[in-house]
Design a protein around this ligand. Structure first.
Ligand SMILES: Cc1ncc(COP(=O)(O)O)c(C=O)c1O
Length: 391
């Protein structure tokens, strides 16, 4: 028995995911049902026991820890001088939308994409302009329509693009060639590239995750990259992120954005927690990735054998599996409501990610194997019942 087999009762812990009725099984929001790495818990415990919690600022050791992590894990070392601390990736994205674009501007995205991007854009009075990813139903894969993306970036009011690298919810790590192409188009059309790389550590096989800060100049100087230990180490409530801005002019703007919005001060656990994650977490992450890889493979085998009506459409990134339900002839909202009502299984309805998302569901498989088996059994039972009632 490893720590990844341990089933932890998270009800009554203020967890958003586990605010459920008795018997329900939540497999939606992007956190994991695993304890974080022991080294992180030890560092945070030490801090709590110290007992004096005045104002703090990130030390050089924080930025060095981030830089070394990317060098070791991903073969590209961002300069510590490029980095800014922020209290989360979405706080940074919203703040940068306000600073790097104007009300009424277009912000380009690639739907279906992480739903919070739409909030960051539209709650700030900007217009979402999506270059929808193109779905090849036969292959169960998406690709970029390059002509459409260029046309949308070239529109006079397009000033910012928010990229998801790797891409949630379709679970795709963009290749270096694709990223170079995107960054080149952004530069050509004077659109700043804001790359959310929160899922970068959770990539399985090729293509590897390429951080946008690793692209050559002048591409990287036109980009802002957001990273965080929160998905990798299951520390979402730590509210810690790093904004990496290689270009000096853009970095000055980003610094103003985060300071004006008061997002640049760490909470008492974010520095020790993040430093421990980045300096001592590699072995834990390697073990986690083995478990996630096994879970991903198990879902694929299970669906092929037991629920062929639901087709995997995810690629090699994240623990969020994008599943095609178009064969059921319904919408993701209706099917998710049906599953919850009849089996207690709670999944994300793909429609909230826009694009063609309404024919997909998203399943979070970052949980112990026994919990995954429970979820899959509910999914199979629910699908069977749905087909019986609707055919
Ligand atoms: C692509 C992406 N960005 C950002 C976040 C949230 O980041 P934070 O909690 O740091 O605001 C998530 C969480 O699911 C995500 O999937």
């Amino acid at each position: 028995m490893t720590q990844f087999d341990q089933q932890i009762d998270r009800t009554g812990t203020n967890s958003i995911k586990w605010a459920v009725k008795p018997g329900e099984l939540p497999m939606w929001i992007a956190d994991m049902d695993f304890k974080t790495a022991p080294a992180i818990i030890a560092a945070m415990t030490k801090k709590v026991q110290f007992g004096v919690f005045g104002y703090e600022e990130p030390p050089a050791a924080y930025f060095t820890a981030v830089a070394d992590w990317y060098a070791q894990q991903h073969g590209a070392r961002p300069e510590p001088a490029w980095m800014l601390y922020c209290t989360g990736v979405i706080p940074a994205v919203s703040s940068l939308v306000r600073r790097l674009s104007h009300p009424g501007d277009n912000v380009v995205v690639q739907a279906p994409v992480y739903n919070m991007f739409y909030h960051s854009i539209e709650n700030n009075g900007r217009h979402t302009l999506s270059s929808d990813l193109v779905y090849d139903a036969a292959a169960g894969r998406y690709h970029i329509d390059w002509a459409d993306l260029e046309q949308k970036l070239a529109a006079p009011l397009s000033t910012l693009m928010i990229l998801c690298n790797p891409h949630n919810p379709i679970g795709k790590a963009w290749s270096k060639a694709e990223l170079t192409h995107i960054a080149t188009l952004c530069l050509k059309h004077h659109v700043v590239l804001l790359s959310d790389e929160i899922h970068g550590d959770l990539v399985f096989g090729a293509p590897a995750y390429t951080p946008v800060f690793a692209l050559p100049q002048p591409l990287r100087d036109n980009a802002v990259i957001c990273v965080s230990p929160s998905k990798t180490f299951n520390v979402a409530a730590l509210h810690a992120a790093t904004v990496i801005v290689p270009g000096q002019a853009l970095r000055d703007s980003a610094t103003r954005a985060l300071n004006n919005d008061e997002l640049a001060e760490p909470n008492l656990l974010s520095l020790p927690g993040s430093i421990a994650a980045y300096t001592q977490g590699a072995a834990w992450l390697a073990a986690l990735k083995q478990v996630l890889a096994a879970n991903r493979a198990h879902v694929q085998d299970f669906l092929a054998a037991k629920v062929p009506q639901i087709r995997p459409a995810f690629e090699n990134a994240t623990y969020l599996l994008w599943l095609d339900i178009s064969a059921l002839g319904t919408t993701s909202d209706a099917f998710c409501a049906f599953l919850r009502e009849h089996t207690g299984l709670i999944l994300s309805a793909g429609g909230e990610y826009r694009g063609n998302g309404a024919q997909f569901i998203r399943m979070n498989i970052a949980c112990p194997a026994a919990m995954l088996d429970d979820g899959l059994a509910r999914l199979a039972r629910g699908t069977q019942l749905f087909l019986e009632q609707n055919q």
